[in-house]
Design a binder for this molecule. Structure first.
Ligand code: SDX
Length: 428
């Protein structure tokens, strides 16, 4: 359905700009021709900018909706599994039985790393943050698969996407094992994706480790909740890197680096540290007041979102998963969880948070669940990156195959010096 043009009146001239309507969400004003008429749009942080069109994920921040290829996150979290969700993000449809079996089989049979990659881990200090290792090893994969640079080749794109989906959990688990000085545990092809990750994380050569199926299911659901989220900062980074035709391993390494930031994927680690710093329910008010004091520079980690001005639907599912995991482990009195529930209640009743529409986001409860699953805090963002790899590769592929795609090259509002002449040092 065509939508009326936007009329821009500026400097005595009238500029007509076409508008475009998506299948859901706001219409967009197509400003591509504005540059040729002497104007740029100005939107640092991209608060009002659609950087692309996409069929993959839809978010309604006011209603708190999140759809992957049209399927609500609540249904996927409850009824699907992570690899099926990854298939959906990638191919646009849920797989039938044969497709699911083949997809899962391809992933499990690509989960080993090239044996020479082991020596890359040994170049790090033992206390290297897992995200530093992941950024490096994922980027280094391009050296082992140089043919992946041919991004125009559908087969090369497909095998690279499988390699990334399959190997990132191994890289994540081994970065943790390296921190602990324990031997790397190899992936087990007979295990599910989440069981395999827990096994690589917690098993050791001296005893048998069988992942708890309830905990593995909870972790699989956490992977689903983190799989994709429209054009967030790290996904935009992947698209930006991919727009130059950089190889897929370089693009996913770039996205991993961006996700590491505490305002983005690093928030789950910071949220747990914040709960530990609060220490007791009696101090919650003090921290809420600090978060409201602009001069403090302190924010409630795990609260607020650029898009959600309602409850992040993933936070609600994560809170439920918290209950299930803590009950399974007999930790229903977990002090951090009780404090998180109290902090959420106090914040959501506070005028400041209500007025600024600050609700718990996906990172608020995830740290508590991951900690209960025996996953160390340093691995929280690595888990996020592991899961988001499914979304990153789907978004990267969508961009590469989109007709007439261009290298991303934003402009600027220049506020620097006017032309001036160079003066030799003796005249300065
Ligand atoms: C993720 O984009 C995505 O989709 C990301 C993500 C994904 O799946 O990819 O959902 C994952 O990154 C979730 C967000 C995790 N980050 C945090 O929990 C860190 C704490 N939250 C914030 O720093 C902040 O809310 C952001 C970064 C998430 C959003 O920042 P925006 O959209 O740029 O909003 P803002 O910083 O301009 O905040 C708006 C106002 C400000 O006050 P004013 O300047 O308008 O007076 O709200 C305040 C902020 O000071 N505010 C907070 C706050 N978050 C925002 N005040 C206290 N505590 C907070 N957490």
């Amino acid at each position: 359905m065509s939508t009326p043009n936007a009329i821009l009146q500026i400097d005595g001239q009238t500029i007509e700009l076409p508008t475009m309507q998506g299948s859901l969400g706001p219409d967009v004003i197509d400003t591509r021709t504005l540059g040729g008429q002497g104007y740029f749009t100005y939107d640092p942080g991209f608060l009002s900018t659609a950087s692309c069109s996409s069929n993959i994920t839809y978010i309604d921040g006011d209603e708190g909706l999140l759809y992957h290829r049209g399927y609500p996150i609540e249904q996927l979290a409850e009824q699907s599994d992570f690899l099926e969700t990854a298939y959906l993000l990638w191919h646009g449809e849920l797989p039938n039985g044969d497709q699911k079996r083949d997809f899962d089989n391809m992933v499990s049979h690509h989960s080993m790393l090239h044996d020479q990659m082991l020596s890359l881990f040994k170049g790090f200090r033992r206390d290297a943050h897992p995200m530093a290792v992941m950024v490096s090893i994922i980027g280094a994969m391009a050296a082992f698969y140089p043919e992946s640079a041919d991004v125009d080749d559908p087969h090369q794109r497909e095998i690279s996407m499988f390699r990334l989906l399959a190997k990132v959990p191994t890289v994540a688990a081994w970065s943790y094992k390296y921190n602990k000085g324990e031997p790397f545990i190899y992936p087990q092809n007979h295990m599910s994706y989440a069981e395999n990750f827990l096994h690589m994380l917690h098993a050791n050569p001296c005893e048998t480790y069988t992942p708890n199926p309830v905990l593995a299911r909870a972790l699989d659901r956490i992977f689903i909740l983190h799989a994709d989220h429209e054009q967030n900062a790290s996904t935009s980074t992947v698209r930006m890197a991919g727009s130059s035709y950089a190889n897929p391993f370089a693009c996913i390494a770039a996205g991993t680096a961006c996700l590491w930031g505490p305002l983005h994927g690093g928030a789950n680690e910071s949220a747990l540290a914040m709960l530990a710093e609060i220490g007791d329910v009696s101090r919650i008010g003090e921290f809420v007041d600090r978060a409201k004091d602009k001069t403090s520079g302190f924010r409630l980690m795990g609260f607020g979102h650029r898009v959600y001005k309602n409850m992040d639907p993933r936070a609600a599912i994560m809170r439920q998963t918290c209950h299930e995991v803590l009950d399974e482990l007999g930790l229903h009195d977990d002090p951090l969880f009780k404090m998180a529930l109290k902090l959420e209640q106090i914040a959501l009743e506070d005028e400041y948070f209500i007025e600024k529409k600050l609700y718990p986001n996906v990172d608020f409860y995830s740290g508590i669940v991951l900690r209960a699953l025996g996953i160390p805090t340093s691995m929280f963002t690595a888990i996020f990156a592991l899961a988001r790899t499914a979304g990153w590769i789907a978004q990267w592929n969508e961009m590469i195959v989109s007709p007439g795609h261009k290298i991303a090259r934003p402009r600027q509002l220049y506020t620097g010096s006017q032309r001036r002449e160079f003066a030799p040092v003796e005249q300065r």
